[in-house]
Design a protein. Structure first.
Length: 205
């Protein structure tokens, strides 16, 4: 498309269309490169450093606000039940996790759909659920949804790069946690993240 722009016979409308395509593809490739580097780094990382105690519920709330333009544009009914939970971890890593998962839910929820986020603290663990009313996944897609570069059928491949959930899984593993997905075609999806007690300080002291 950059080569096509050299054609002096292009109309202004064609020129504008080609420029938009170049910008969109540049952004996509930039995100792909960034996520590939991040996944590569996380794959070789063995421990989590720069850990600190902070309000996990507030971080999730802020991530929801960061992405609010996207879910508001689609008219998605977005709800959060986020009691205060103090967590000890790496803020940057956890922000990647929440942004990836919330973004994934927005991508696969249709206009006028619903996304619900709930946070719960138990004696030994913290549990976060992200549920959406999207198209859901069949059994084969569900088996591979956390595999790097896996995008499933055409409807899913058009909405992402196939790295976000792989990165999310690796972050959970590094944090002594886990992530699982439940879904069925036409019934939406539920992602459950469990963080172990080793990273939890209930008193915040």
């Amino acid at each position: 498309f950059a080569e096509l722009l050299l054609d002096k016979n292009l109309t202004e409308l064609e020129r504008e269309e080609y420029l938009k395509i170049i910008i969109e593809e540049t952004n996509r490739l930039s995100k792909l490169a960034t996520n590939t580097i991040l996944l590569s780094r996380l794959s070789t990382q063995k421990i989590v450093t720069d850990m600190e105690e902070y309000d996990l519920s507030e971080q999730i709330r802020q991530c929801s606000i960061i992405l609010s333009n996207r879910w508001l544009e689609k008219g998605i009914e977005f709800s959060c039940a986020l009691p205060t939970v103090i967590y000890k971890g790496n803020r940057e890593l956890m922000q990647h996790l929440w942004l990836n998962l919330i973004s994934n839910a927005i991508d696969h929820t249709p206009k006028g759909g619903e996304i619900a986020i709930s946070l719960e603290e138990k004696d030994t663990e913290i549990i976060l659920n992200i549920a959406d009313s999207g198209e859901g996944m069949d059994e084969e897609t569900l088996k591979h949804v956390f595999d790097p570069y896996f995008q499933g059928d055409e409807s899913r491949s058009s909405k992402g790069l196939g790295l976000g959930l792989a990165i999310s899984k690796r972050i959970c593993e590094l944090c002594s946690g886990s992530i699982k997905a439940e879904s069925a075609l036409g019934e939406g999806s539920l992602f459950t993240i469990t963080l172990g007690k080793l990273n939890v300080n209930k008193t915040g002291l």
